[in-house]
Design a protein around this ligand. Structure first.
Ligand SMILES: NC(=O)c1ccc[n+]([C@@H]2O[C@H](COP(=O)([O-])OP(=O)(O)OC[C@H]3O[C@@H](n4cnc5c(N)ncnc54)[C@H](O)[C@@H]3O)[C@@H](O)[C@H]2O)c1
Length: 260
């Protein structure tokens, strides 16, 4: 296959959770630019509709579904809607996530905050992966991509103490490896993206706080925060035939942080 053809997603269908903001918007745009129809899922329906409109403006079909990934029934309904509307799911991004509610060391860490972070960042990934895989197993085809974090690969406390976020993302990393093995013979590749610092709306506008930006810029070898759109190439590689022999990979996109 011609190398550029490997990146062509014409006729394929991608489901993206957390499509309303930040990296989710860029994932949706990347999939649509490469030719896929996109199912956008979020709790923020106004922003989710805006993402769907961007997909449609690129000439692709879009479906906009309200979905709280912490609710099992919502996630099941999301994938049922996707299959009903488009007849298939070739690509799924478990991307919806939240930052630590209030960073602090574990001995002071409130149980409610722990549960809130784990509910979205781990339980939500479980529901999303399970429903995607039900369809992909029937199809004997699929690309499942978990959006983890570089903080799934290393402790974060040199920047901020975020134990719940770290625990959830670490679990997503190892879940990705496990699923890669479980489905390796079924033409389903399961990989994760481990982003470093990308300018999004995560953590209630932390990226608008100059002190936070200065700290993470200093931590990042490339000396800058990434633009959210810089996730697009990473995402397309894992979503497309370009990664046909790649499964169980943690694709680190972090300006060099994990190389330290
Ligand atoms: N931005 C970064 O620096 C960075 C770094 C590493 C990993 N990540 C990960 O990338 C993913 C996307 O984050 P982002 O930076 O784009 O954040 P963001 O806040 O800009 O966007 C996250 C989206 O997820 C949605 N969401 C939150 N809870 C949800 C729920 N329960 N159900 C459905 N949707 C929900 C939000 O409404 C929002 O649209 C997250 O998993 C995050 O942990 C981000």
């Amino acid at each position: 296959m011609h190398v550029m053809k490997m990146f062509d997603l014409t006729g394929q269908v991608a489901v993206i959770t957390g499509a309303g903001n930040g990296l989710g918007v860029e994932l949706a745009v990347a999939m649509a630019e490469a030719g896929a129809d996109v199912v956008c899922a979020d709790i923020d329906m106004a922003r989710n509709e805006a993402t769907a409109a961007r997909v449609q403006a690129l000439g692709r079909r879009a479906l906009c579904v309200p979905c709280d990934v912490t609710r099992e029934a919502d996630v099941a309904a999301l994938f049922q809607s996707a299959e009903q509307a488009f007849g298939r799911v070739d690509i799924a991004f478990a991307n919806a996530g939240i930052a630590d509610v209030a960073p602090q060391p574990l001995h002071d860490y409130p149980t409610d905050n722990w549960n809130a972070v784990l509910a979205v960042n781990l339980q939500g990934v479980f529901y999303t992966d399970r429903e995607a895989l039900k369809i992909m197993v029937r199809q004997q085809r699929g690309k499942l991509i978990n959006v983890a974090s570089m903080w799934g690969l290393a402790g974060a406390s040199s920047v901020a103490p975020i134990p719940a976020y770290n625990a959830a993302k670490g679990a997503v990393v190892n879940l990705t490896r496990e699923l890669a093995l479980e489905y390796a013979t079924q033409n389903i590749q399961v990989n994760a993206i481990c982003p470093g610092f990308f300018r999004t709306r995560l953590a209630d506008g932390k990226y608008d706080d100059p002190d936070f930006v200065a700290a993470v810029t200093a931590f990042t070898p490339m000396g800058r925060v990434a633009d959210a759109s810089e996730i697009k190439g990473t995402a397309l590689y894992l979503a497309s035939a370009a990664s046909s022999f790649t499964t169980g990979l943690m694709l680190v996109t972090d300006g060099g942080c994990m190389a330290k």
